[in-house]
Write a protein that binds this ligand. Structure first.
Ligand code: F55
Length: 794
């Protein structure tokens, strides 16, 4: 009867509602359960770390439940899925990436989950993440980040989700129904094991997956060694195959011509595509529908071997006709490039590729010769242009141009800011833009307010919700514009200042423990944190600090009372092989040593280098900054995402008109930030002038001080000084110095008027909504991937 049906419906509902409850009591019970049975400590005797482990396992259980529900629902409703392929993800605890590109991937995963998109992330489970930076005597040293030492509760090992990945070997002809076909007879087999990392959305039960692959020896492989009787060597070889996923390359420019790096790329691509194709074949019996059901996104060129691999799978294994396969493949890929300059683009020597992946090299040649034929029909016999657009670079080292391959095969090529995209169209990929203007798009980067406000700045989070009258901004950052309505309210501004002061206190404590330097909370906290690069011009910042110090030393005691005290904070890692970047770090320490120990200067100026800048450190530093610096020579920063995090936290920007700063200006107005330096068009002109550049006297004076050994280590700093000498100053530090000092003076002037400063700070945060990765992801989903939200209803 009815009662029975109702009871059954209630039982069903409680199942669909999830097994695990989220009330405090259920959670406590679960934590104790995990203390006893997972951590295996007595529930009467466990330490803080074990408590953390038990807590994370309790959270993990809840994530797994939501993960299952989400994927069951995706499977049932069969939406078009996005597969986001990236060799780097900088999640936080796990530092499986270098810098902006990797952190941007992490922010995008958060937004994909929160906006209910049916997406998967794929990556590599490096055992050693990005090195830890320690500073010894002012020099950077790298220490291994063996992050799995204490186990990782946030991953789920899938011992049954494994695929064989093959390398080396030869290509042989086989006969297939009277036709000659080429197939690959590989020489080495490695197994890829899946580790799933649930990514929960905010304000939705949807929980998507980041699947990371680890290499383990294949038993297949052992058999051969066993047959030849070489047992000991077979064990040694096992270790060697495991090493594929051992370590992340710490270079954020390029890893050209390294065999292990190429192996990592293919290992990643092969495992991911086998997984994706398997999932597709579970629901389809041919490949016609692939473009309607699958979007593959190439996060830079690093995963672009996917193109050759999917052609190999479709043609060699699934026996599709080449043209049919090519037509399908050209409809599924999209590509985002994070590089500006052509020299930064990835190239793989054909020798290397041919020995590791002989069949793939053939496929790439075939893709290229077809493309060249088509291109000749379109543009005629313009051999210079043909050779520029070729996938194959004929030169001293014959190589494959991964960017050309990616552009040719993708339906969309994305830049990461408007300016970047213009450079791609007018310069870097001009030839391709003229051929296929419709392929070129741009989607300005963004960052997730869930991590960069809610998690890292709880007091600001509470303040925003209070004054906006809602927490809805956490899922809809556009609502932050509502802050503009309160900018003239003194009560609001007072609370805003209090929040900043609290965060400065937190940061000051951290600085004192890390470096022993006591800083004044009344000083302006001025921060530059990012990877160390010549183009990011940390050296310009240090030269500015030296200039400030020099001015203070030569100043009348009376005038000193009018000076705005500053705490200059610099942080960032240098790629281990990047000598000039390492010298910049050393110079920063040498200058800090001098200034911080000058009793005559006191609180008027401090310089601290924050070691081991990473996501956790950023969460501490960014909320506590008054001013942040983004100094790249115009035209060199593809987008920049650090600036967006500072903006959200009410930190004022001092920046060049580069990357996404151009869009930030559109949003907050040029009155609310300190802009300086040559514009993109001027940079080109200035470079042509070369030696005839106007360099202010102050710049020459500062350079002289460093050269003369004012900060010690005269010989060591010589090569660094040479990089900015007149005639050699590629990044134009000298010619931008005057305008940089003016912007700094404007910042000082604004800071002495706290009400004015606070208004600028509020208007910065109020205009940051456009730089939420939610907006980025929505644009990609609608314009590039053509995927729809798919919210799990239970
Ligand atoms: C890592 C490995 C290689 Cl081989 C090449 C580059 C990198 C890398 O880390 N690049 C990177 O971080 N690029 C940055 O991407 C950001 C996100 O789009 C941009 O904001 C930033 O401008 C760009 O430099």
């Amino acid at each position: 009867g009815f009662g029975e049906r109702k009871a059954k419906a209630e039982r069903m509902f409680s199942l669909m509602d999830g097994f695990l409850k989220n009330d405090p009591f259920s959670l406590q019970k679960d934590i104790l359960h995990h203390v006893e049975y997972t951590v295996a400590r007595s529930r009467f005797n466990f330490d803080d770390y074990e408590a953390y482990q038990a807590l994370s396992h309790s959270v993990r259980d809840r994530l797994i439940e939501r993960w299952h529900d989400t994927h069951t629902y995706f499977k049932r409703t069969k939406p078009k899925r996005l597969y986001f392929l990236s060799l780097e993800f900088l999640m936080g605890d796990a530092a499986l990436g270098n810098g902006g590109l990797a952190r941007f991937s992490a922010c995008q995963m958060d937004s994909l989950a929160t906006l209910d998109y049916p997406a998967w992330g794929y990556g590599l489970r490096y055992e050693y993440g990005l090195f830890r930076q320690i500073i010894v005597d002012g020099f950077q040293h790298e220490q291994p980040d063996y992050w799995l030492n204490f186990g990782n509760p946030w991953e789920i090992e899938r011992i049954h989700v494994t695929y064989e990945v093959k390398f080396y070997g030869t290509v042989e002809d086989v006969d297939r129904n009277g036709e000659k076909h080429e197939v690959w007879i590989p020489g080495e087999t490695v197994e890829a094991v899946a580790y799933d990392n649930p990514i929960p959305g905010y304000g939705t039960r949807n929980t998507i997956n980041l699947r990371l692959w680890a290499a383990k020896p294949s038993n297949h492989f052992d058999l051969e060694a066993y047959n030849t009787g070489d047992y000991i060597n077979s064990i040694v070889n096992r270790q060697r195959t495991e090493s594929i996923s051992n370590v992340l390359y710490p270079d954020d420019r390029s890893h050209q011509g390294k065999e292990m790096r190429l192996k990592q790329q293919y290992f990643f691509v092969s495992a991911s595509l086998q997984d994706i194709i398997r999932r597709f074949k579970e629901a389809h019996n041919n490949f016609d529908e692939l473009p309607e059901k699958v979007a593959l996104h190439l996060n830079d060129t690093h995963p672009s071997l996917s193109i050759a691999e999917i052609m190999r799978i479709l043609v060699d294994e699934e026996q599709l006709d080449w043209n049919k396969a090519w037509n399908i493949v050209c409809k599924i890929f999209s590509f985002t490039t994070h590089t500006v300059v052509a020299e930064g683009l990835e190239k793989i020597p054909t020798d290397l590729l041919g020995s590791l992946l002989p069949r793939h090299l053939q496929i790439l040649y075939k893709i290229n010769s077809n493309f060249m034929e088509e291109l000749k029909k379109r543009i005629g016999l313009d051999y210079n242009r043909l050779s520029r657009m070729s996938i194959v670079e004929e030169g001293a080292v014959k190589s494959i141009r991964m960017a050309n391959l990616s552009i040719i095969c993708s339906h969309t090529v994305n830049g990461v800011s408007k300016l970047h995209s213009d450079t791609l169209k007018m310069r870097t990929f001009k030839d391709f833009y003229e051929l296929w203007p419709e392929k070129f798009q741009y989607t300005t980067n963004g960052v997730t307010q869930r991590r960069w406000i809610v998690v890292s700045n709880p007091s600001l989070c509470a303040l925003l919700s209070k004054w906006l009258g809602t927490e809805a901004w956490i899922r809809n950052a556009d609502l932050l514009t509502g802050l503009r309505d309160h900018v003239d309210n003194t009560g609001f501004r007072h609370e805003w200042k209090m929040v900043k002061r609290l965060n400065k206190m937190r940061l000051a404590e951290y600085i004192e423990t890390m470096s022993g330097v006591k800083v004044s909370l009344d000083a302006m906290f001025d921060v530059q944190v990012k990877r160390i690069h010549e183009y990011k011009r940390q050296l310009l910042n240090i030269f500015g600090i030296i200039h400030r110090y020099d001015c203070l030393k030569n100043m009348d005691k009376n005038d000193r009372t009018k000076v705005v005290p500053r705490v200059c904070i610099i942080g960032g890692k240098a790629a281990p092989g990047y000598e000039i970047a390492k010298k910049i770090i050393k110079l920063c320490h040498a200058v800090a040593e001098k200034i911080n120990n000058d009793a005559d200067i006191g609180d008027l100026l401090k310089l601290v280098f924050i070691p081991d800048y990473n996501v956790s450190v950023a969460e501490m530093v960014i909320p506590g900054a008054d001013l942040s610096q983004h100094l790249s020579t115009a035209g060199h920063e593809a987008s920049g995402t650090g600036s967006m995090k500072f903006l959200m936290n009410g930190c004022l920007l001092l920046a060049t008109a580069d990357g996404s700063t151009v869009e930030i200006i559109e949003e907050i107005g040029s009155d609310n930030l300190f802009l300086f330096g040559a514009k993109v068009q001027e940079v080109a002109e200035l470079r042509e002038k070369g030696g005839a550049l106007k360099v202010p006297l102050q710049f020459a004076r500062v350079l002289r001080m460093v050269r003369d050994g004012y900060f010690g280590d005269k010989d060591y700093f010589k090569s660094l000084c040479d990089t900015v000498e007149v005639g050699n100053d590629f990044y134009l530090l000298g010619s931008d110095f005057g305008s940089y000092l003016e912007a700094q003076a404007a910042a000082d002037k604004a800071f002495v008027e706290p009400e004015k400063w606070t208004k600028m700070s509020i208007l910065s945060a109020a205009g940051s909504g456009r730089f939420s990765s939610d907006r980025t992801i929505r644009e990609y989903a609608e314009r590039t991937w053509k995927i729809d939200p798919c919210q799990c209803p239970f």
